[in-house]
Design a protein around this ligand. Sequence first.
Ligand SMILES: Nc1ncnc2c1ncn2[C@@H]1O[C@H](COP(=O)(O)OP(=O)(O)OP(=O)(O)O)[C@@H](O)[C@H]1O
Length: 656
Amino acid sequence: MASPTTGDGSDLWAEIVSQGEQPPAVPQVAVVYERRRRTASDTNPKQVQICRPSREWRVSFAPTKRPSWNRSLSTRGRESIVVATGVYFRPQVKQRGAPKRGKKGGRAKKTGQDSPDFTKEKNYFLEVDSFELLEESPSPKNFSTWTMGAKQVAAVHDLPAILERWKISKLVSQCGSSQHLFKIMETPFSVPSVLGSCGSSNNLTDKTPERDLRTKLPSKFDSYKESRKPELVSNSSIRNLVDNSIVASFDSLSIKEKEVENGICENAEILQEVHVSSESKKATQIDASQFKTSDGEYLKAFDQLLIICRQSAPISLGEVFSRHWGLSVTGELSSIVKIGEGTYGEAFKAGQTVCKVVPIDGDLLVNGEVQKKSEEVLEEVMLSLTLNSLRGRQKETNTKNACSGFIETKDFCICRGPYDDGLISAWEDWDAVHGSENDHPKEFVENQVFYIFWKNKILVFVLADGGKDLESFVLGNYDEARSLLVQATIALAVAESACEFEHRDLHWGNILLTDTKDTSTNFTLHGKKMRAKTFGLAISIIDFTLSRINTGEAILFLDLSADPGLFEGPKGDKQFETYRKMKDLTEDCWEGSFPKTNVLWLIYLVDILLTKKSFKRTAKDERDLRSFKKRLNEYGSATDSLSDSFFSGLLINDSE
Ligand SMILES: Nc1ncnc2c1ncn2[C@@H]1O[C@H](COP(=O)(O)OP(=O)(O)OP(=O)(O)O)[C@@H](O)[C@H]1O
């Protein structure tokens, strides 16, 4: 079968597969996520009439439904901008004080100009459909060996390559000029790969300056914040700035290169720099074309998702389940059960694997919400893979930061078409017992197919089964509660140290608990190998929609300032009080590094344990929890909190 070729005739897939070994050098990219802002006027009446009322802060009129604020955000949106070295790009300054979206708010009705061009997408599929990618790529062969109940094999993803492709496409969309992009790509910066920063060395070379949270004194952070304020810079002046920085960097390096060539320079550091530069240049020359499709277009987020999924085109939901669970598409899907739901995703389980089904890119409101866009999902995928890499390095000897407290993401699949009947009956069974807050999948899909067939796309996250969420899990005793707290603190501390991770939405629906036979769990923090007692309980943190990370090359985060509604939840509700505390702390500068947000969620968790969960505990246990909560206020990060005496009996230091 013929492989698709790029514009210059080279083999696109061969290049994509090989790029992981040869990541090209590009300048540092920082990304801003913004939540989508929707107003009443955005609403598309045609769509709303086929949807149930939106449940923003979900006032439910059905007594059987659980309180809406148990779930996390109802409005989400990401709009990325790119920053090349020393330059801040922002396409447009956000309008402050725009009206809040109404209850039935939807994505803005698209004008002809705005509507996505599906011809290109269709052409892309036609092209790649001509060969069977699954047979050619290394990992999907695992599919055939995955059987129901057997241990799932996780697909190997080339995170640096994924990040690289994404950065290039961001730069193109921000700069709007491929010529300009090539200049950037030719720039001999040596940037750490994502695994370099968050991986093998675990040292972020480009840490975000932090505010001194305890003293509240002006710090480096203030000038950082000032320097990153939205600037109204014309495109041409941005280009000038970038070009100048590139030229300057080129100049200094070519002088060094000449010195090395002529044998004048023997400085080891410079020799190394020049070596890295020439290697990067070679890689750049090889890789430049792979970011384009055959019609010369740069890969869109959806195309990038297909590559990550190792698919040439979307497949049916039934096909995913038959591959991942070894079930036949007809008849045997009844062994699948629905295990949970969120605003965006429905979670189904068979064997030890969970599939989270998330409709994407459609105009139809789903569960009263705008569907996630490919761009947002792609960034969530990168975040999940970054956190996966913390788990993957547990066994490496020289790792600096590792833990297993985040859910393992095993794979992703892109689907199209209606829900499978087996899934629908699993959905209905769950609804009969729990009373779903979500739209019936049949209703949604039929409508979606009817109106906009081409946009009916679904991303399936294939995840490890993390167990039950804290809201529904029954804690046996005080030791289990302590185990939950120490494991959550460890996960946050490790990810905080590895990639400035902040979860920013760690409510009780986003911590999963399961029984374990292991009496302790291993982790590595700042190179120190340690263990924590489990008391028979293992946790997994999920849902990274609001999370922030610094991969060393890009800062991924969601700009919550674009969603004032988030901070207007019920007074006294611990979850919404926590959002408000985060807002005070960050002063609405969500791209900044504020590890204290992790502490705010730890305080929330202690509160939940004290007020919402019942488990065997003595008066002294309660006192200990309360004084721990008080002391948490003094810590600036999860890492600091881990040194608290509350954890002393739970941690074992293996390095000593
Ligand atoms: N890996 C998993 N293992 C077990 N249960 C899971 C898993 N992933 C998700 N769930 C269940 O599905 C629910 C919804 O998942 P999740 O929070 O990721 O979806 P979401 O649409 O992003 O939700 P939210 O409304 O919080 O944004 C969870 O609360 C949990 O009960």
